[in-house]
Design a protein around this ligand. Structure first.
Ligand code: NZQ
Ligand code: ZN
Length: 453
């Protein structure tokens, strides 16, 4: 059972998580196939004919998301009551100061105090949060004997908070928990209880069990996925996002769309409902994102975008698709070198990657072109139509203010091979390729980067 659980953990949910390093991902996928077969066999398959039939069933997965979600404008006031259920003293983690400028910090602290919860503060979490901040946060939490962590901020603050919550209970170096090509990946099994309060609609970190952390010294940005990182409670109040500037709002829209296109374009075939979920998220983001960008105080638009961002990566859209995340893996490496805003990097890499992937999987991109952009294909594998859909997608990203070329990020082509090698050091399948559909060799990765200069 342990092997089964590990394998499901690896392949089922967000960020292509893995327990023994991604090196053996392809082998694990085969292992998963075998497990799926045996699970069907448990369901009383007698004959070879029946067995074959069961082998054709593609969707077979486990799903769990234990986070209690409190959603809606004005819901920040629930923080006191929520926190008092979990403990008496919270480490309150924040970013570079936006929550102090907006008054959200003071409101949060006052509500906590009124509920009898005191705080220790860990401020200054940087975008692309660093492992040094995690170490600092864990030290404060230990010294102050905090019994819970509250993340008040964007994805960076939430991710740092997750790893802090686990690091407090881990005697080793917190970097052991981030996959970076090490021999033994320490996946934590315990963490302090965590409450997330997102102030930016983008990552979905508020209701998932992933975190992305940067090691500035070694130039690695990578992830940890562990069940103990699921927040106990997520208080998602779209009012907190009205102060997000236009560019960060647009990046959030790009990020959330990319989360579902990773599943949509890299997942297995035969997941029609998941496709519809993904298309729904994309269409909602394309409808409401521009409204939130045009008028940051449009609370209805903020609400719809925040809901889309949450749904895009809480596991639901991805369930059963066995997704891989090549675009994210590539962006993380570029970010590690240049500290670019996560979704600005995605906006550059995703369209270029899609054009590459459409050659191998044109049917999915034709479906994307038809259902998302209303194009009419000549056939189910009409590559021209697929490419036209990708052009429209790129045009949407440009229209909302995202960069779509490396030059706009001030990044040249000098280190393309290095990014490719570094990414493959963190994650590769049995053939040495980046998992995805199709799996990518070092040369493929460089080709995609070159298409986005
Ligand atoms: O730091 P402060 O002062 O709060 O300012 C932030 C920051 O400058 C600002 N901001 C946030 N809320 C605001 C606000 N400004 C005004 N008003 C508000 N209400 O926005 C800037 C960016 O914040 P950040 O937290 O970095 O953005 P985001 O939410 O996009 O998070 C990005 C990080 O999450 C990781 C990314 O790699 C990146 O490190 N990701 C995490 C994922 C996950 N855990 O599931 C999945 C994602 O794919 C992603 O990889
Ligand atoms: Zn992302």
């Amino acid at each position: 059972m342990h092997g089964l659980r590990q394998c499901l953990l690896i392949l089922d949910t967000i960020h292509g998580k893995n327990s023994t390093g991604m090196r053996s991902l392809k082998r694990n996928r085969h292992h998963f196939e075998r497990i799926r077969c045996s699970r069907q066999v448990f369901a009383a398959v007698d004959t070879a004919e029946q067995k074959t039939k069961h082998l054709e069933i593609r969707m077979n997965f486990e799903f769990q998301n234990p986070t209690r979600l409190i959603f809606g404008a004005g819901s920040l006031f629930r923080i006191g009551e929520a926190a008092s259920r979990l403990g008496k003293k919270a480490l309150l983690v924040t970013g570079g100061g936006s929550v102090k400028r907006s008054g959200v910090f003071d409101r949060t602290v006052a509500t906590l105090k009124a509920a009898g919860v005191s705080i220790a503060e860990c401020s200054g979490i940087e975008p692309n949060p660093r492992i040094t901040s995690v170490v600092r946060g864990a030290e404060i939490a230990r010294q102050e004997a905090c019994d819970m962590v509250i993340a008040l901020g964007g994805g960076s603050t939430m991710d740092a908070s997750k790893v802090i919550a686990a690091a407090v209970l881990y005697d080793g170096n917190p970097w052991d928990m981030i996959l970076h090509g090490q021999e033994k990946w320490h996946i934590p099994s315990e963490a302090l209880p965590l409450i997330t309060i997102p102030t930016l609609a983008a990552t979905g970190s508020e209701m998932n069990n992933g975190a992305v952390i940067t090691n500035e010294e070694t130039k690695v940005k990578s992830f940890l996925v562990a069940d103990c990182l699921f927040p106990r409670i997520a208080i998602v109040d779209p009012e907190l996002t009205v102060s997000v500037p236009k560019d960060q709002t647009a990046f959030g829209v790009c990020d959330l769309i990319t989360h579902v296109t990773e599943a949509y374009c890299n997942g297995i075939d035969g997941t029609p409902l998941q496709d519809r979920f993904a298309e729904g998220v994309i269409l909602a983001a394309m409808e409401w994102g521009p409204k939130a960008i045009a008028d940051g105080n449009d609370l209805e638009a903020r609400t719809q975008v925040q809901w889309a961002a949450l749904v895009a990566l809480n596991g639901w859209v991805h369930a059963g698709t066995n997704p891989m995340y090549p675009v994210h893996m590539l962006e993380h490496t570029v970010s590690a070198y240049h500290d670019v805003t996560h979704a600005a990097g995605l906006a550059v890499i995703n369209p270029a990657w899609m054009r590459f992937a459409a050659r191998a999987n044109s049917a999915k991109f034709v479906q994307f072109a038809e259902r998302v952009f209303g194009l009419k294909a000549k056939s189910t594998t009409d590559l021209d139509c697929a490419l036209e859909g990708i052009d429209r997608f790129e045009a949407f990203l440009r229209a909302i203010g995202c960069p779509t070329r490396f030059s706009e990020l001030g990044i040249g082509s000098e280190l393309f091979e290095t990014y490719a090698k570094d990414t493959l050091k963190i994650i590769h399948d049995a053939d040495g390729k980046l998992p995805g559909r199709p799996a990518m060799s070092e040369a493929d990765i460089v080709e995609v980067f070159k298409a986005a200069v």
